[in-house]
Design a protein around this ligand. Sequence first.
Ligand code: NAI
Length: 313
Amino acid sequence: MKVTVVGAGNVGATVANVVALKKFASEVVLIDIKEGVSEGKAMDMMQCSHALGFDTTVKGVTNDYAATANSDVIVVTSGLPRKPGMTREELVGVNAKIVKSVVEQALKHSPNAIFIIISNPMDAMTYLALKSTGLPRNRIIGMGGMLDSSRFRYYLSEALNKAGHPATPTDVDGMVIGGHNDKTMVPLVSIATLRGIPVTQLLSKDVLADVVQKTKVGGATLTGLLGTSAWYAPGASAATLVEAIALDSKKVIPCCVYLEGEYGEKELCVGVPIVLGKGGFEKVVDVKLEGEEKAKFEESVEAARAVNAQLAD
Ligand code: NAI
């Protein structure tokens, strides 16, 4: 499998590195507009291959889309990250131009590729990529839910440990759907479990509300600490999506996809659980939403639509 990562910044370089470490790809091409950066990072990664035992070739290029030709998967991380105090949605104007030009150029050289969109505001950028390329919806997937779910599991494990229930993030099952948005993402408390036990039986309502709030602002918390947005978990999350496609694993992961009536919604891209395999997004998995979670998902959909509306401006 050949994977292209557009944008060799914090997230893009991490995606390339994790893909190489996971050993499922034959080739990773890292491309950026900044002269030398992709080349340097790719060379540095290749010089890990002996120590870490991977045979994936990582190649860095500047603006040379010919080198990305016939990629199976293209991960788009090009664009500005937010700074402390900013929302992801504030990036819409500047990143829309970058994402549109990048997907159009990349598609010319890799007409069969599956695109994974990371650049923020990710739900709107996924919608833009779909509309500007005209590709079928199974080939345009936004990454946000995998990351938000990892943060949810992390904060749940912290709270569970505090309450006397030993738990690592991998002991916990939990999913976040809706938009990749500080205010409206929807951590699904009702179906979160620790080794099969509902977390609602182990943690109080107040503690769960605190976990939900920490999850929602998980990205902003890191941006405050780092001065820019996070990269290890975003990069690992994106690489996990690429892996599910490469291995045709049929893994169910919450991702941002174009809805055509599923969850009662259509004509926008928003996070829902999907089956990922060699065809990209193979189907939407239905989780029955009720009460407050259903209302919150609907709120999240409206927030995503409002950002999409700005794309036309
Ligand atoms: P960064 O600033 O470290 O890297 C961005 C890279 O994109 C830079 O190297 C820049 O030169 C490059 N770039 C800009 N325009 C380009 C173009 N036309 N073609 C190719 N490369 C271009 O930023 P970072 O931290 O890697 O974040 C990248 C994006 O991912 C941001 O929009 C950020 O908000 C988003 N993000 C999304 C997450 C998600 O869960 N969906 C999580 C974390 C970040």
